[in-house]
Design a protein around this ligand. Structure first.
Ligand SMILES: Nc1ncnc2c1ncn2[C@@H]1O[C@H](COP(=O)(O)OP(=O)(O)OP(=O)(O)O)[C@@H](O)[C@H]1O
Ligand SMILES: [Mg+2]
Length: 493
């Protein structure tokens, strides 16, 4: 038997979107198979079908040569297939441990699950407090908990095929390495791993084979010896290959945004941001980088945009805004949230999500025709793929939701606070976001807050390292040494 997983002629349509169109996908035993494609190519949908979450409109799935018709992920798990989801799926009001509990069979005790979870956390170096409710977790910790879940399922039931949908997002370099190592370990044990990622260099480094999807169709299948980055980018994006751009920006002397001695507490009253000070100049993109779960970025962001009380001073364009509400701060500050689904859009149409900003600014009299024309211009400038302006924003793909948020937030105000703006997005969209951040910087400045070294390198002028809520060091991005930066991020300056 050559293939462990065989998916043949798979099609799936959601309303007017043909997510998958006659896809053939094969996975061998003991291989790491990279499943690549731009945002909305159909990767997650294909895997949701394999995992029994969706039923295909047509096509068949065979595992070890036998046709299967999974009714739910439970059936898939029984057949040895497990999927770590792209976006953590957890119950926020329960603790980390409680979220793991349903994985145990009746005879397996809570205590045993906890012990297993602690061992896995230790092994991966995950910094997780399993007794805290999940709503206090950032995305990094949620992702970690999902990985712990997968490992427990493997220990209890045995996994033959692990589907990892974007496992590297939200994690630190060390944790990423652990995940990659664990994939290689699984391969050695003869298990198969399906690895979905937008990190193409990483995929090509560790995968044995790759399948490339574009607009719901398979456009390429390559064996390791035929991996060629440019060709794969071309397959993915229909011709586009990302290039290094030259920086064309001038940082002026004028300070536009200043934070002085900011100290912020979390919901438990613990100090999470300690005495942070920085100043961002006109034309500048200022990066604030901290490792997931270690820096205190989320608490800092909440304080900057006015969602959390803070001690200290925040000054925008010379005006003390420390006491201002979030809404009042919007006079100066545009914001790109980390969790774009939850905080970036609401359940209205694309049009409503775009004009929201106009409405706040427009006072009582709104020229609807003008607003509509503006929105149409934005849709085309930001290349938002949508059937029309009335399309529900929540139904757009991840990349298009981010383009919508950018369209609303970029260039309207002096300061843009962008929190993990590129997370989960494909190389072309990331490149587009970089261009828009530069455009914003030319009109004022950008504060780019991130977990991910790659997200800030190449775009920021200065990078500040955050460790346990303290701004431990500021680097000039042009002469940064990776080694020094990595040390600062773990507090070893
Ligand atoms: N439950 C759903 N309802 C409606 N449309 C959906 C649903 N799931 C996916 N789609 C649509 O199907 C297409 C493929 O989506 P999918 O999530 O599989 O892409 P992807 O390749 O995983 O993208 P990404 O890299 O952004 O995760 C997209 O246009 C998406 O909007
Ligand atoms: Mg996906």
């Amino acid at each position: 038997m050559e293939y462990l997983v065989e998916m043949e002629g798979i099609s799936k349509r959601f309303g007017i979107v043909q997510a998958l169109d006659n896809v053939d996908f094969y996975v061998r035993e003991g291989e790491i198979h990279a499943l690549l494609g731009e945002n909305a190519a159909g990767k997650t949908t294909l895997m949701n079908i394999l995992y029994g979450r969706y039923k295909p409109d047509s096509g068949i799935v065979r595992i070890e040569g036998r046709e299967v018709n999974f009714k739910s992920p439970k059936d898939a798990i029984k057949a040895g297939i497990y999927m770590v989801p792209q976006f953590p799926q957890l119950v926020s009001t329960l603790t980390g441990l409680e979220n793991l509990a349903p994985l145990g069979r009746e005879r397996i005790r809570f205590k045993k699950i906890k012990q297993m979870a602690l061992e896995i956390c230790e092994d991966y170096g995950f910094n997780l407090d399993l007794d805290k409710p999940v709503w206090t977790y950032g995305l990094a910790q949620r992702r970690m908990l999902n990985v712990v879940q997968a490992k427990i399922v493997d220990k209890l039931y045995g996994i033959k095929v692990l589907i990892y949908d974007e496992p590297l997002t939200f994690l630190s370099p060390k944790e990423k390495k652990k995940i990659v190592d664990s994939m290689e370990r699984m391969r050695e044990e003869g298990k198969s791993v399906i690895f979905i990622t937008h990190n193409i260099p990483k995929a090509l480094e560790i995968a044995d084979r790759t399948t490339v999807l574009r607009k719901g169709k398979v456009v390429g299948v390559y064996e390791k010896e035929d991996f060629e980055k440019e060709r794969i980018y071309r397959d993915m994006f229909g011709g586009y290959v990302p290039k290094q751009r030259k920086r064309k920006r001038e940082v002026k002397d004028k300070i536009i945004f200043e934070v002085r001695n900011l100290t912020v507490r979390d919901d438990y009253g613990e100090i999470r941001v300690k005495d942070v000070s920085f100043a961002v100049r006109e034309g500048e993109i200022y990066g604030i980088l901290g490792l997931p779960g270690m820096g205190g970025q989320r608490i800092l962001v909440e304080a900057l945009i006015g969602l959390r009380k803070a001690k200290g001073k925040i000054v925008a364009n010379g005006e003390d805004i420390t006491k201002y509400s979030t809404r009042k701060r919007r006079k100066y500050i545009g914001f790109i949230p980390e969790d774009r689904m939850k905080y970036g859009i609401f359940g209205g149409s694309l049009f409503e999500n775009l004009y929201l900003g106009e409405f706040l600014e427009g006072g009582f009299f709104i020229d609807w025709d003008e607003v509509k024309r503006k929105c149409e211009r934005l849709v085309s400038e930001y290349e938002i793929a949508t059937p029309n302006l009335d399309f529900p924003a929540v139904c757009l793909s991840g990349g298009n939701i981010q383009r919508l948020i950018l369209a609303r937030e970029v260039g309207r105000r002096l300061i843009l606070i962008a929190y993990s703006p590129k997370v989960g997005l494909d190389a072309r969209t990331c490149d587009f976001i970089d261009r828009k951040l530069e455009e914003q910087a030319r009109k004022g400045c950008v504060v780019l807050i991130s977990y991910d070294i790659e997200e800030v390198l190449g775009i920021c002028d200065r990078i500040a390292a955050l460790y346990e809520g303290k701004l431990v060091k500021e680097f000039d991005a042009r002469e940064i040494k990776m080694e020094d930066l990595e040390k600062a991020l773990v507090g070893e300056i």
